[in-house]
Design a protein around this ligand. Structure first.
Ligand code: CMP
Length: 178
């Protein structure tokens, strides 16, 4: 069967060429897949667990929910937030009725700071944590499941990529954000 053998070889060569052409068309040869993946992985958000989450031993639960969804924890650190850091973090709320209580709460005990990486991290992490007020946050979300207090609402996550960069830079060196 030499002729059949030749046909099979010819077909597989053709498939190979088609594959290369397809990859070229889709850009995976001109821009290597690894650099495209890196671009996606470079998306991150900033999040931190508030003092009550540490006290109530919810750190593992929250980190686990982020990981189970498919996010990667790029940075994780137990930290005692200073008043000046809290003021920088929450400067947009300065002057609001809840501001003093909020700053005093997040500086009242250790928090857990995180940089979380993955696809659409800002939007998706905010969906996972739920609405600001735990009383109206959907059950199944972190705030919906673990809190009834708007100030002690377990976890914060940045609301835009720009704020994620700003907020993360209060606590992490620039090389942690690359
Ligand atoms: P956080 O995601 O950390 O961002 C700002 C925080 O302000 C918010 O979660 C709440 O804990 C707190 N906060 C307290 N009262 C209010 C309010 N009425 N509206 C919005 N945020 C509030």
């Amino acid at each position: 069967m030499p002729s059949q053998h030749v046909i099979i070889q010819t077909r597989s060569k053709k498939d190979e060429v088609d594959g290369v052409l397809r990859e070229e068309r889709e850009g995976s040869l001109t821009a290597p897949a690894s650099s495209q993946q890196q671009k996606q992985e470079q998306q991150y958000t900033f999040s931190f667990l508030k003092p009550e989450a540490v006290k109530q031993r919810l750190v593992g639960e929250v980190v686990s929910r982020f990981e189970r969804k498919g996010f990667t924890i790029r940075e994780l650190r137990l930290h005692r937030m200073t008043r000046s850091e809290a003021e920088r973090l929450y400067y947009v709320h300065k002057g609001k009725p809840f501001y003093e209580e909020l700053v005093s709460h997040v500086t009242s005990g250790p928090v857990v700071l995180m940089i979380v990486a993955g696809p659409s991290p800002v939007e998706t992490v905010r969906k996972l944590i739920g609405g600001t007020n735990p009383l109206t946050a959907e059950p199944g979300t972190i705030r919906g499941d673990f809190s009834t207090s708007i100030t002690a609402n377990v976890v914060h996550a940045s609301d835009t990529s720009e704020n994620a960069r700003k907020e993360a830079s209060i606590f992490f060196p620039p090389d942690a954000l690359r």
